[in-house]
Design a protein around this ligand. Structure first.
Ligand SMILES: [Zn+2]
Length: 277
């Protein structure tokens, strides 16, 4: 198992890039073969917009990686964080670590971003997407990427997570997010079965329904049970889901890169209830 730890401890940035690009290629191909919804004529330009924000996310994460690395080392050195308090076998450490990083570093900030208005003004860019697919996974405003990195720092210290575990979690997070955003039609029985443990496309699509407060549900990133434990889970028929957000229904605002970048600075918009859709 030490070679497993070593691999993630020393994983080159290029390998992490391959995981992201490989996942996108894989799910893009799969959703082309087995689409849940018919692809629009703007599929390629939509993907380019999302790839721009994927690139800014990579740049922000890359520039802040040193702080996360330092905090991981610092928390282990000072025995701060749950994983440093209890001796456990490696496999248990992996499971507990992934669960805690997902709860503190992904579910919690996602929930908070839906509740705090100035944070929502950054996160809403993710929700303006009217054609959710695998490229939507990293459609994050650069400001949101900074906010998410800040919460990752909190999660790393809370867990006392070694850097190999952080790298493992981040690689899993990228791949699972591409999967649950994908326009992939899974058989209902398979989606339901997987949904006991992980966030599935059917579960996450509800989160991208345009009408608030339905948008304020199903916050999960990798594991589906956080929503069930904390009462934020709902199920909805696929046919009733309309992608987008009720406050930005104008294509001039919700599909152009420059307009999207400006959104956090336009002020908070009250949900309209979606009756104009
Ligand atoms: Zn959200």
């Amino acid at each position: 198992m030490s070679s497993f730890v070593n691999f993630w401890e020393e994983i080159p940035s290029l390998y992490r890039f391959y995981i992201l690009v490989g996942g996108l290629t894989f799910f893009w191909t799969l959703e082309s073969i087995l689409p849940s919804r018919k692809h629009s004529a703007e599929r390629a330009s939509h993907a380019l917009t999302n790839l721009f924000f994927t690139l800014t996310t990579i740049l922000v994460n890359f520039s802040l990686a040193g702080i996360i690395f330092f905090l991981s080392y610092w928390s282990i050195h000072h025995k701060i964080g749950i994983l440093t308090w209890i001796e456990m076998p490696l496999i248990v450490q992996i499971i507990v670590g992934l669960l805690l990083l997902d709860l503190v570093g992904a579910y919690t900030p996602h929930f908070v971003q839906h509740k705090v208005k100035w944070l929502w003004q950054y996160h809403v860019i993710h929700h303006t997407d009217t054609q959710v697919d695998s490229t939507s996974a990293n459609r994050h405003h650069p400001g949101e990427s900074v906010i998410r990195a800040f919460f990752t720092m909190i999660a790393v210290v809370f867990c006392g997570a070694p850097m190999w575990l952080v790298m493992l979690y981040q690689a899993a997070s990228v791949s699972f997010s591409q999967f649950n955003h994908s326009n992939l039609k899974l058989p209902n029985w398979l989606d339901s079965l997987l949904g006991w443990i992980i966030v599935t496309p059917n579960m996450h699509r509800v989160h991208h329904h345009f009408q608030q407060p339905i948008t304020d549900t199903n916050y999960g990133n990798i594991f589906s049970f956080w929503d069930k434990i904390f009462g934020t889970y709902i199920a909805m028929e696929e046919k009733d889901i309309v992608f987008g957000i009720d406050t930005y229904t104008d294509p001039n605002e919700n599909s152009k890169i420059l307009s999207l970048i400006k959104i956090p600075f336009l002020g908070y918009r009250e949900p309209s209830g979606g009756d104009k859709k």
